[in-house]
Ligand binder design. Structure first.
Ligand SMILES: *[C@@H]1O[C@H](CO)[C@@H](O)[C@H](O)[C@H]1NC(C)=O
Ligand SMILES: *[C@@H]1O[C@H](CO)[C@@H](O)[C@H](O)[C@H]1NC(C)=O
Length: 409
């Protein structure tokens, strides 16, 4: 992937060009001429976190570099990047006159995070940069041991027949999608033949081992085996890369080409798919989240909502609501850290309402480079479509069609 840093020189041409660029960009953003932005709901994944390293030392004899924080916590760089995003997005909503340039009325802004450190810290980083000194609260379930339904993904249906169906579908997917090339690449990088796992358990090869489905009714579904192991290790590589470690500390310098990243991150995408995108479980699992989203769309006092959860939440929402398949260019992760799905409610001069949905995220290189985004050097924006809410050339679909979909939950 190419680096695309823009270099500006400090002279008067720059100022003029910059002003033109800014004007053009605002036109582009409002794009749609006489439409007015009425409400925005941002569903975000937390930013860069320390990788979960519970067991990874067993899969290799190589030493993973240490992190300065505990597994799962938001990194300093993650907070910094989230702040940049917060600044960028509030500028955008202010330009579109959804919020005033000063502190917004507190009841018009809702910020809500899952009750885990990385999501709360991400929301705080966003708010501190977006609304400095404005008394905007970050809400979350204060009992940290309590599961907040809005951000969780366990299956609610407790019947045996349902369970059988889900297990069957997972097995089908596992049989259909083979990850041989990714596992071979990873076996080589971690040198699994010399790992503790191989010496003690005879588990010496990701390619030939089987995945075991752990499904306890009323709990989050887990897998045991190569997919989970592979995902844990690749997650460590991804977060190390994002957090800006020297390349010799990312997979011990063994990943040297985009092709290797492409192959390895297939494991991440597959793990997402298998655990969270089970056709007959998607609706059941996504229901609490979608109901919460609906409660915001039906509350006219709220102009700006930010929800901070996890990749699984974004995955479930897009699948449950029937989003068309999309590709996030310049990214290897299916739901990149800090990435946001932005639901926008627009009104035209005739008084009709429309929905536009965009995925706003940083590219693989922007995250690594810690780029400060702004209107000249923006994040990537991809317009998303929904199967049952057909979009026009401006990416808009009738608001009522969308509400019909949401009201099914
Ligand atoms: C939300 O936070 C809870 C509490 O920390 C955690 O157990 C749960 O796994 C989180 N949800 C997701 C989807 O990660
Ligand atoms: C649970 O799943 C079974 C089997 O698919 C279905 O017949 C039943 O209606 C479901 N129950 C609920 C409460 O959704």
């Amino acid at each position: 992937m190419s680096k695309h840093r823009q270099v500006f020189f400090f002279n008067s041409t720059r100022t003029v060009n910059e002003m033109l660029a800014v004007t053009f960009y605002f036109l582009l953003l409002s794009g749609v001429g006489c439409l007015h932005l009425e409400q925005v709901l941002i569903f975000s994944r937390h930013n860069i976190r320390v990788s979960f390293s519970n067991h990874i030392d067993e899969y290799t004899n190589k030493i993973f570099p240490k992190w300065s924080k505990e597994p799962g916590l938001l990194t300093e760089k993650g907070a910094l990047l989230e702040g940049y995003m917060g600044e960028y997005l509030t500028k955008w909503v202010i330009e579109n006159q959804l919020l005033p340039g000063t502190c917004p009325d507190t009841e018009t802004v809702l910020v809500y995070a899952n009750n885990t450190e990385r999501t709360i810290a991400t929301a705080k980083a966003f708010v501190d940069a977006a609304f400095p000194d404005c008394n905007i609260n970050v809400n979350y379930e204060k009992d940290l041991k309590k599961y907040d339904l809005t951000f969780n993904y366990y299956i609610h249906n407790t019947t045996e027949s349902y369970k059988r169906k889900v297990v069957e579908e997972i097995e089908e997917m596992l049989a259909k999608y083979k990850l041989t090339d990714a596992y071979e690449e990873l076996d080589k990088i971690i040198d699994i033949k010399h790992s503790k796992k191989c010496e003690r358990e005879g588990f010496c090869d990701l390619v030939h081992d089987k995945n075991i489905i752990l499904y306890h009714i009323g709990e989050e579904l887990e897998l045991n085996g190569p997919l989970t192991i592979g995902n844990e290790v690749v997650d460590n590589f991804i977060m190390s890369y994002y957090d800006g470690r020297p390349l010799e500390e990312v997979a011990w310098g063994e990943i040297t080409s985009p092709e290797q990243w492409k192959v390895l991150t297939k494991i991440t995408a597959m793990d997402e798919q298998i655990r969270f995108n089970i056709p007959s479980a998607v609706k059941d699992t996504a229901r609490p989240t979608i109901r919460y989203i609906r409660s915001i769309f039906t509350n006219e006092n709220i102009k700006f909502a930010l929800l901070v959860g996890h990749d699984v939440n974004l995955n479930l929402i897009t699948n449950a609501l029937g989003f068309n398949p999309f590709v996030l260019k310049e990214q290897y992760e299916p739901y990149p850290v800090g990435g946001k799905i932005i639901f926008q409610k627009w009104k035209d001069v005739a008084g009709d309402y429309y929905l536009k949905v965009e995925y706003v995220y940083l590219s693989w290189d922007q995250i690594r480079d810690g780029v400060k985004i702004n209107f000249q050097n923006p994040p990537l924006r991809v317009t998303l479509g929904i199967k049952d809410c057909a979009i026009d050339k401006n990416g808009l679909c009738p608001w009522n069609d969308f509400m019909k979909l949401i009201n099914k939950y």
